[in-house]
Structures are given as structure tokens and as C-alpha cells.
Design a protein around this ligand. Structure first.
Ligand SMILES: NC(=O)c1ccc[n+]([C@@H]2O[C@H](COP(=O)([O-])OP(=O)(O)OC[C@H]3O[C@@H](n4cnc5c(N)ncnc54)[C@H](OP(=O)(O)O)[C@@H]3O)[C@@H](O)[C@H]2O)c1
Length: 235
């Protein structure tokens, strides 16, 4: 079994990598980082440098594989060093909006384009991406966080649409958008103050849940938006 974790150096991504190693002792793991190669070695993990929003990087990455069983995209962005998610319309900023789309939406399109032919060569291909519940349009009650919400809603629409094409050409395949819950990583760190007791999860717990969901998912569930506990979210 061959698994690629995109963003394997991130909070959730690294935990997904370790969980995959534990759960699949015979699996060959591949993981990407963007800038600094993690100082962490495992004999069954191959690290690859890639900016997943760059067409040539994703294309070159895909060319390293003849086939692959699972591709899991764990990258994402909620705030930059000088700007956080918008509280109101006045805070909107075109550069920030484009950064959100570039990081939260575009990489999945590129990964889907270049890895579908590789996934197609295996028996039970799975393509999973970490989305976010705030990307649900019908669940949006609080407002705010315009760019992040819009980028994840666009991601969700992409996943749903991709699953329809996969139903025709990769009949045993599964495409999933997953919500991890609020997880203790650098991405959520500035916003953890209001999280109810017991609702801030460790990356390890989330990885255990999400890898379990990916593992047990069936083609009938393809095109779903699921929480860490397996509950189906409305788009
Ligand atoms: N943490 C939460 O509470 C929470 C809640 C809901 C959804 N999520 C989602 O879960 C996913 C993982 O988030 P996290 O909490 O693990 O965040 P994190 O610890 O900040 O990790 C984000 C990862 O994305 C990578 N990345 C960003 N842009 C990239 C690019 N262009 N190419 C390659 N890698 C890139 C980062 O790599 P570099 O370090 O090299 O930039 C880092 O590995 C995200 O999609 C996030 O939206 C998280």
C-alpha cells in the first residue's frame, strides 16, 4: 500500500503520517513539505519538497509514482503573519482572499488532476482532503471569516464535482471532504480561547479518527463531507 500525505509537516498532516505508519505496518508512506524538511526520519517515509499550489511542483511530484492507493491533502491556511480572518466586510483584502484560495482550494485541483491517473491503477483508490465545517454554506450561522469560508466552500464544491466524475471512471474510488474539529495546531492557535472544554482536540486524536474514516469509507460514501466522528455535514 502506498499513501501520500500532502502537508506532512503540518500539525494534522504530521499526525496523519504517524497514524498511517502505525496502522499500516507494510505501507510505504510519502509526505510533502513546502520549505523546511522536517528533522524526523522513518525508514518507511520518503519526504518530497513541493509547493502544492504550484502546477509544476504537483506535476513533478506525480511523476515520481506509477500508482498510488491514497492521496490525503492536509494543507491549509487561516491566517498569515500580518492578517487574520475577516470580522466584517471592511476587513476584506484582495491579496488575503487570493492567498486563501491559493492555499485552501487550488492544491486539491492540481492533486486531483495529476494523481487521478495514478490512483486509477489501484483497486480501492481514496482521495481525501481536510476541509472545514465553516466551509458549509447551509451551516453558516455566525458570518465572518469571509475568505477562509469561501475558499473551503469552493473546495467542497470541487470535491463534490470530482466525486461525480470518479463515479463514472473510478467505480471503486472514494473522494471525501473531512472536518477535523478544532485541533491544537498553529493554524487554530490564535482562536482557541473560545473553544469549549473538551472540544480542542490533539492532532493525534484527529488523525486516529480521520484515518479510520478514510479506511472504512466505501464507494457509496464518495462525495461526502464528514466530521471526524463520521457525521455527514450539509454542503
Ligand atoms: N486546526 C484546526 O482547528 C482546523 C479546523 C478545521 C479545519 N482545519 C484544516 O485542517 C488542515 C490542516 O491544518 P493544520 O491545523 O494542521 O494547520 P498547520 O499546522 O498550520 O499546517 C498547515 C500545513 O499547510 C502547509 N502549506 C500551506 N500552504 C502550502 C503550500 N502552498 N504547499 C504545501 N504546503 C502548504 C504548511 O506547510 P508550511 O509550514 O511549509 O507552510 C503546513 O504543513 C487545513 O486544511 C485546515 O484548514 C484545521
Amino acid at each position: 500500500m502506498k499513501i501520500l500525505i500532502v502537508g506532512g509537516n503540518g500539525g494534522i498532516g504530521f499526525a496523519m503520517l504517524k497514524e498511517s505508519l502505525t496502522r499500516y505496518p507494510d505501507a510505504q508512506l510519502h509526505a510533502t513539505y513546502r520549505r523546511v524538511k522536517p528533522h524526523w526520519y522513518h525508514e518507511r517515509v520518503a519526504w518530497h519538497q513541493a509547493d502544492a499550489s504550484n502546477n509544476e511542483d504537483v506535476k513533478s511530484l506525480s511523476e515520481l509514482f506509477d500508482d498510488i492507493d491514497w492521496v490525503i491533502n492536509c494543507i491549509g491556511l487561516l491566517h498569515t503573519s500580518n492578517k487574520g480572518p475577516e470580522k466584517n466586510l471592511a476587513a476584506l483584502d484582495s491579496v488575503f482572499f487570493q492567498q486563501m484560495i491559493t492555499t485552501n482550494t487550488l492544491p486539491t485541483l492540481l492533486l486531483a488532476k495529476y494523481f487521478t491517473p495514478k490512483l486509477k491503477k489501484t483497486d480501492k483508490p481514496k482521495f481525501a482532503v481536510i476541509s472545514a465545517k465553516v466551509g458549509s454554506i447551509s451551516d453558516n450561522q455566525l458570518g465572518g471569516w469571509y475568505s477562509y469560508r469561501a475558499s473551503k466552500a469552493a473546495l467542497n464544491m470541487f470535491i463534490k464535482t470530482m466525486s461525480i466524475e470518479w463515479q463514472r471512471m473510478l467505480k471503486n474510488g472514494v473522494v471525501l471532504a473531512l472536518h477535523p474539529g478544532t485541533t491544537d495546531t498553529p493554524l487554530s492557535e490564535p482562536f482557541q480561547g473560545n473553544v469549549p472544554q473538551g472540544k480542542l482536540f490533539t492532532p493525534e486524536k484527529v488523525a486516529y479518527d480521520l484515518i479510520g474514516l478514510i479506511a472504512s469509507s466505501t464507494p457509496q460514501e464518495s462525495g461526502s463531507f464528514l466530521t471526524y466522528s463520521g457525521e455527514r455535514l450539509p454542503w
